[in-house]
Design a protein around this ligand. Structure first.
Ligand SMILES: *Cc1c(COP(=O)(O)O)cnc(C)c1O
Length: 451
């Protein structure tokens, strides 16, 4: 019986142990058992018996895989600039440096350096948010979803919140506005209809039970045709007249004008503030181009109530987020966001520049490589600008097995995530950071040489 010729668990452990003197014995033993189990099946179905060295090598590889962090840096060649699944906005160099400096030592996170006593972590971003958005005050929490929960809990708990039927949306990942309201202890009052809502519909729904009016940017879909929503100015006037706070969830929230690059105009944070919205909410890691965060700007009296709410402690951001967000906002203050922040760099890159990079990449590949250069269409993604595309350039490979090629690309170090379109594997260069071109070339070379 050939199965008996397989090395014993003990002999493999003795062989592997010198390579892993500090790994818990049980972890090595489990890896050895796994590898031997796989070989037992293979040998049963006719494979030859592997050597002790072969098995030991496989165990060491398995242990190395376990030690590798699950979260890995990768190359995003999907052509979607803000992919929630791929971690949304890459940070700027300045943000990365600020984050590293804060991470490697102590900081004045909650310490007033002048007074030499306890300070507040919310001071670090408040003044910057005021300058960048023009708002009276600003506050930052974990993400935009937390910002909504905090605002609704603090201002409208056990009260009614008016939401247009066209705004009761699902944002993504099962995150639905009606659920957030319920979770915050608010009663949702549907206003108007799916396609048409007028300011008079809101006015008719206001009573002494109303806690807030919530606008939600329909960031990931478009409805066209016979549609109407009141303007921000109309709702601001109604809110002021009835003393009900108006909350505007912008979703992405841009500080630059996306129409400059031929995209649909995404609502800007400073415009909502200037229009008189009481509280404006947006994400830190969408078009703002910073770390995951929920940004709230608006009226000082309301922001103060939020800051004092018990939930604030549960939703507060850490020093790393503050460091990275502050460096990101500084780029807007300097007027260098388009040059400094990867999101805007990727949006503003001309197709001609992508063409030059594509030609350089293809020229560096072996002659047998089957990648050709073709025009493509990128999207901004991250639940922003549905239907807007940017002209791009892609490396395209026609193959009988596109799924297999895509899997091999994802198995590279670093992994390369492309897209499959019309049975071809497409690597869109707009979402590939220029400093990753060399790594992309290396991956494509490896693939060509090993296929
Ligand atoms: C993306 C989005 C959110 C959620 O933002 P997170 O920062 O991911 O919590 C909320 N509302 C709208 C309209 C969005 O587009």
């Amino acid at each position: 019986m050939t199965l008996r010729n397989l090395p014993s668990v003990h002999s493999v452990i003795d062989h592997v142990a010198p390579h892993w003197p500090t790994l818990a014995h049980a972890q090595v033993r489990a890896a050895v058992r796994d590898v031997l189990e796989t070989w037992r099946d293979l040998v049963r179905s006719g494979a030859h018996v592997p050597t002790l060295e072969q098995i030991a090598t496989e165990v060491i590889q398995a242990l190395e895989r376990q030690l590798r962090p699950s979260l890995q840096a990768l190359i995003n060649a999907s052509g979607v600039i803000l992919q929630t699944n791929l971690g949304r906005a890459p940070l700027s160099k300045a943000a990365q440096e600020a984050l590293t400096a804060a991470a490697l030592g102590y900081t004045n996170l909650e310490y007033d350096l002048l007074a030499g006593e306890r300070g507040s972590r919310s001071t670090h971003l408040a003044a910057q948010l005021q300058r960048v958005t023009g708002a009276e005050a600003g506050l930052v929490v974990n993400n935009a979803a937390s910002a909504l929960v905090l605002i609704l809990s603090a201002l409208a708990h056990e009260r009614e919140v008016l939401v247009s039927r066209g705004h009761a949306v699902e944002v993504g990942g099962g995150f639905r506005i009606p659920d957030v309201l319920a979770q915050s202890g608010c009663r949702l009052i549907d206003v108007g209809t799916t396609n048409r809502t007028y300011v008079r519909d809101y006015a008719a729904a206001i009573s002494e039970r109303t806690g807030a009016i919530l606008r939600v940017h329909t960031s990931n879909f478009h409805i066209m045709g016979f549609v109407h929503q009141p303007s921000v100015a109309e709702l601001v006037a109604l809110a002021a007249e009835t003393h009900v706070p108006l909350i505007d969830d912008l979703g992405s929230g841009a500080l630059l004008d996306t129409s400059r690059w031929g995209l649909q105009p995404e609502p800007r944070i400073q415009d909502a503030v200037a229009a008189g919205v009481d509280l404006v909410v947006c994400s830190g890691d969408k078009l703002l181009g910073g770390p995951q965060a929920g940004i709230i700007v608006g009226k000082a009296a309301l922001i103060k109530r939020l800051a004092q709410h018990p939930l604030m402690r549960a939703l507060r951001v850490d020093k790393l987020t503050i460091a990275a967000l502050s460096a990101t906002l500084a780029a807007y203050e300097r007027g260098t966001a388009e040059q400094e922040l990867p999101v805007w760099q990727m949006i503003s890159t001309a197709p001609e520049q992508l063409q030059v990079r594509a030609e350089r990449i293809v020229a560096a590949l072996p002659l047998t490589a089957a990648w050709r250069i073709e025009p493509a269409e990128s999207t901004v993604g991250g639940g922003t600008l549905p239907g807007s595309t940017l002209p791009s350039v892609a490396l395209v490979c026609s193959t009988a097995h596109p799924d297999a090629l895509a899997l091999r690309l994802r198995s590279q170090q670093p992994p390369v995530v492309g897209r499959i379109s019309a049975g071809q594997v497409v690597l869109d260069l707009r979402s590939v950071l220029p400093h990753q071109d060399a790594a992309l070339i290396e991956s494509l070379r490896q693939l060509t040489l090993t296929s």
